[in-house]
Structure formats: C-alpha cells, structure tokens
Design a protein around this ligand. Structure first.
Ligand code: CP
Length: 350
C-alpha cells in the first residue's frame, strides 16, 4: 500500500518557461519532487496528483522523449495529455498564440509547447500565450531554453555526483551533425542553469556557432553568484581536459539560425538548412570519441539530450560505453516532466 503524497504549493499556477524565471528554492523543490516520483514509479506506486486533469501538448517540431515523457507522465498523474500537431490545427491558418492559449486554458489545466527552431519566435510565442491564459504554460523546448531537459540533466548529475555539484567541471561542446541544424536551446539552458549550481562550465564551439548573448551574460552572472565559473573556448580538446562531465552536441550556425525569423518561403527555409549543414561539414572532427574521452577525468560521464547523430556527434563506443549515462538521463525526462506538471498545474474548483 502506497503512502499518500502531495506536493507543496509554491509553484502552483506558475509558468515554467525558462529555468532563469525560477529561484533556486523553486528549482530545488522540483528536484525533490522528481526524486520522490521516481522512487514511487520504481516501486510501482500510484501518484495520482492530477486526477482527471488535461494537459495540451502543442508541437511545432518533432519529438520522441519529450512527447512521451509528458504523455506517459500525465497518465501516471491520473490525467490525460492531448497531442496537438500544429500542422493539423488552426495555428497553421494563423490563429494567434493568445487566442489559442485562451481557448485551451478554458478547456484544460496546462498547456505545454515546443517551438524551438526559429530564434526570436518560440519563447515569444509562449510568453504571449502565458499572458492570455490562466493555466500554466510549460516550455517543452523553445529557441532560448529547454528547461525540462536541463532540469533532468541536473537531476541526473545529482544522482551521479551527489547534491553538491560545486566545483565540478562540465564541458558543453558543439559537435558535428549532418542530420539537421539543431536548436541552440540545450547548450543555452545548460550554461545558464549549471553555473547557478556552482559548476565550472566550459563552452566550446567553432567560430560562428555562438549562442544568444543574453544567455552568455546569464551564465557569467550565475557563476559569479554561485562561486562557479564560466569560460568559452574554440577548442573541443581544451574543453574536455580534466572534465567531470562532457556534454557534446550539435547546434546551428548562429547567423543563419537568426535569419530564419524572416524567411517566409519554403524554398528559402530549405536553402537556409542546406547552408547550415554545409557549414557543419567543415567541422567533422568535432566528434566525441574515445581519444577525447581520455582527456577528461577517468571518472567523467558522457551526457547528451538525444537524439544523437551516431558516428558524427559521438562514436558508438562512447555512447554505448561505461561512461555514458544518456539512457538514465533520458528516463529522467519522465520524472522531471511529472514533477513540473504536478507542481504547477492546479486543481480547478467545482
Ligand atoms: N531531448 C529531447 O528533447 O528529445 P526529443 O526531441 O525526442 O523530445
């Protein structure tokens, strides 16, 4: 028989759009609830914290982990998640974020959105929706942050290294990918969050793969406040030197990604993507292989949000090797998604 469980109210009714919007106390609560929900999941106990509630999952981009973490998570909390493909909704005919948010809020209890591929678009969309709706907006990845991913990453690091991450070195590095120009939000989310938890963050990328300036500024401020550090290099080997954690993944060329906001035709978008991948191909040697792993500490762990381009971002030997914690990291997407929904969504009075 499971013991009853409830979560504190400090996040009830709030949006979850960037980790920068939350205090450390609020983030710590999410980590505590994640821990409890994970234990109960593995013991086979029910955690019906959101009975009969509805979360809308609005996707402007593809997903495997995030969609399934939220869908399965909502079921496990006793509610239901509706999947909404933007291409098959009136959003594709121009219905605004505000109108969509107001209508979905009237019918359910939370709205989760992925809108990540166009710098300047996704975060703004979510904030417009939040302004118009009276239920929490949860960011399932935007152009600025991927806060459900980075919370899972933080939780995974605490499982491995303990709750005090002060002084651990994490290398957040660009890596080559031929599949598509990936969003900037994971590295941006990592540098802004991990610096707040006292980590020594080294960001590495080839010239031209910059991140949004305000996220770099947040990383500097986070490090100054926590006693961690933040540095940037253009050398993957240097970033890996003596690291406790390596997180090599691809993202798009900054200037080309920023251009996307003003590209209206499908032809222009296709050409932009082609140019991104052509530029990526100049840096095929930015791969996480066993030689590079040997530059990090012997105890170092390999992380990736997934999906990874095997043979390009990382070799099979590394991602399937003993230092890889990517599948633990992916499972933790479920538990953190549940914690975020359970803490923010509120029961409606009859
Ligand atoms: N890491 C992540 O967000 O995976 P999906 O794109 O499959 O959701």
């Amino acid at each position: 028989m499971s013991q009853s469980y409830s979560v504190p109210d400090i996040l009830k009714g709030l949006d979850y759009i960037e980790t920068r919007d939350l205090t450390l106390e609020q983030l710590d609560l999410l980590l505590e609830v994640t821990d409890e929900l994970k234990k109960r999941f593995h013991r086979g106990e029910q955690t019906l914290l959101l009975p009969h509630q509805t979360a809308y999952l609005l996707f402007f981009d593809k997903s495997t982990r995030t969609r399934n973490a939220f869908e399965a998570g909502m079921t496990q909390l006793g509610g239901h998640a509706h999947f909404l493909d933007v291409a098959h909704s009136q959003i594709s005919h121009g219905e605004t974020a505000a109108d969509t948010g107001r209508i979905l809020a009237a019918m359910g209890h939370g709205i989760c959105v992925r809108h990540d591929l166009i710098p300047g678009a996704g975060n703004r969309y979510m904030r417009e929706m939040a302004e118009a709706s009276n239920v929490p907006i949860i960011n399932m990845q935007c152009d600025v942050d991927h806060p459900t991913q980075t919370l899972a990453d933080l939780f995974t690091l605490r499982e491995r290294f303990g709750t005090n991450l002060q002084g651990l070195k994490i290398a957040v590095s660009w890596a080559y990918a031929p599949s598509y120009a990936k969003p900037l939000s994971v590295p941006q989310g990592l540098i802004t969050l991990m610096t707040r938890y006292g980590m020594n963050v080294t960001l590495a990328h080839p010239s031209g793969y910059d991140l949004m300036p305000d996220t770099l500024e947040s990383a500097k401020q986070g490090a100054a406040a926590s006693g961690g550090s933040f540095e940037m290099v253009h050398d993957m080997d240097a970033a890996f030197e003596n690291a406790d954690v390596v997180y090599p993944k691809s993202w798009g060329v900054y200037d080309l990604m920023v251009e996307r906001l003003n590209l209206s035709s499908a032809e222009a978008q296709t050409e932009n993507e082609r140019q991104c991948l052509e530029r990526n191909a100049q840096y095929r040697d930015w791969i996480c292989d066993e030689r590079r792993m040997s530059l990090a500490k012997p105890s170092a762990v390999y992380m990736h949000c997934l999906p990874a381009d095997r043979g390009a971002e990382v070799t099979d030997a590394v991602i399937d090797g003993p230092q890889s914690i990517v599948f633990q990291e992916a499972e933790n997407r479920l538990h953190t998604a549940k914690a975020i929904m359970a803490c923010t969504m509120r029961e409606r009075p009859f």
